[in-house]
Design a protein around this ligand. Structure first.
Ligand SMILES: [Zn+2]
Ligand SMILES: [Zn+2]
Length: 454
């Protein structure tokens, strides 16, 4: 059976070693054409094994690629069922409604499996069973995205077999319009609004793609698809957030070090729904025009949200605490979402002497938000949960040298929450290095220090 299977693969652009031929990849993953065959490049990472398993398969006459993966590949690769497993698929066509059902059953049987799906095209995108199928996957925590340029580049480097492949040289910018069109269509599917994409064929049987945005709902979907799937990931990758939503080791260490004052704000977040065992964990950061909290409230949460009657616990790990304006937006959000519970950990306090920022933080605590300064166990948790690095030692991040700054910021947070004068002075030393000083003058402040010290 193996020999036959391999022969079949080789004849269809997959090598013995499980790599895809350059020509096959370029042809079958081109979003501007409609190919019959469905290819899947897959990556399986086990928590007890540093080396990911990467290979390729495709549909046959009788079986879609997803079913082959679930029934054959995964069963063969599977080791200890208690090990956590992250699977990423890069598919030339998205799963059909029937396959979505199989995937749901598979994930139900495998609670330790996390699945991320990138698609080059959406399969029969107007078919309601396919649309429902994709939504149902997202509702149980599967991530589905249209392949963007960084994803193409990653697949090229990882799955394509070619001796003279130039590692940095596959960045198919000419796919951008189709990536945008399919991203938009995926948004309409996930937001359950009418399709925006028409595909017809011209006289030479070449597909013609048209965008049909008619109402305001669709316009809003277009806006968020644009930002999220075209601009944002590229931007993210350049700033230390990887494709799968993990933060690079360097970006984490640099931005969460409380002894320095970087410009960016990073937000690592975890969303837990009462109806789903699988938490949603990912990262974002501020852009030039928008603070990270606003991006979370206006984009991320709306996409993740399922049944509004579900209870939802959100935890943020922020490199800078929210500013006064963001605190206001958070209050508005929580007022609209009575089933949401929010916990905020901060590495530093943003403009800690600014009265609007101090009031903002107090007002959040007053409506039940929990705000804390990140301590060592929290750094260690973030390291294990959000940091992407192949050779990181999972148990080995315990930055004891941060302790003085953790203490200083904890104290300052107490002074804010207890509405007493600030205790912390930050000035800059000779080399523009920040100098932190503790200024305790009265008894109120001494008491605050006592309660801040754990
Ligand atoms: Zn299928
Ligand atoms: Zn802000």
């Amino acid at each position: 059976m193996a020999a036959g299977w391999n022969r079949d693969h080789v004849s269809r652009g997959i090598t013995q070693g499980g790599k895809i031929f350059q020509e096959t990849f370029i042809d079958t993953y081109d979003p501007s054409v409609l190919r019959r065959m469905q290819y899947m490049l897959y990556e399986i990472k086990w928590s007890n094994n540093k080396k990911p398993w990467q290979s390729c398969c495709h549909s046959t006459r009788t079986e879609h690629a997803e079913i082959h993966f679930i029934e054959d590949v995964f069963q063969e690769q599977r080791s200890d069922p208690s090990a956590h497993c992250s699977i990423t698929w890069y598919m030339s066509w998205s799963p059909c409604g029937d396959c979505c059902k199989e995937i749901r059953d598979f994930l139900k049987d495998q609670p330790n499996v996390n699945l991320v799906i990138y698609v080059a095209r959406i399969y029969w995108h107007k078919e309601e069973t396919n649309r429902q199928g994709l939504r149902s996957l997202v509702n149980i925590g599967v991530t589905i995205r249209v392949m963007d340029l960084p994803a193409y580049s990653y697949c090229w480097r990882t799955f394509v077999d070619d001796d003279d492949e130039d590692e940095d040289d596959y960045w198919p910018r000419h796919f951008a319009p189709w990536i945008m069109l399919y991203s938009l269509e995926l948004q309409t599917i996930l937001q359950n609004i009418p399709s925006c994409l028409e595909i017809s064929t011209d006289e030479n049987q070449t597909p013609v793609f048209s965008l049909c945005v008619e109402d305001d709902q669709q316009k809003r979907a277009l806006t968020s698809a644009n930002r999220d799937s075209i601009l944002f990931p590229t931007d993210h990758v350049s700033r230390g957030i990887r494709q799968g939503g993990k933060i690079s080791k360097e970006a984490f260490m640099e931005n969460y070090d409380p002894s320095v004052l970087p410009k960016e704000t990073y937000l690592l977040y975890e969303i837990k729904w009462s109806s789903s065992k699988r938490p949603w964990q990912n990262c974002c950061h501020n852009s030039l025009t928008e603070h990270a909290e606003i991006y979370f409230l206006e984009d991320i949460f709306k996409k993740q949200r399922s049944d509004p009657s579900d209870h939802c616990s959100i935890t943020w790990y922020m490199s800078w605490s929210p500013c006064g304006d963001c605190c206001k937006a958070i209050r508005g959000f929580l007022k609209d979402q009575p089933n949401v519970n929010l916990v905020i950990y901060v590495a530093r306090i943003y403009w800690h002497k600014e009265e609007t920022n101090r009031q903002g933080l107090r007002s959040l605590v007053n409506i039940g938000v929990s705000i804390r300064v990140m301590d060592l166990p929290v750094y260690s948790y973030c390291w294990r949960t959000f940091v992407d690095d192949e050779d990181k030692d999972e148990d080995d991040y315990w930055p004891r040298h941060y302790s003085p700054w953790i203490m200083l910021y904890s104290l300052e947070l107490q002074s804010i929450l207890q509405n007493i004068p600030s205790c912390l002075e930050i000035s800059s030393g000779e080399n523009q290095t920040p100098v932190f000083s503790l200024c305790i003058e009265n008894d109120q402040q001494k008491r605050a220090l006592t309660s801040a010290n754990p």
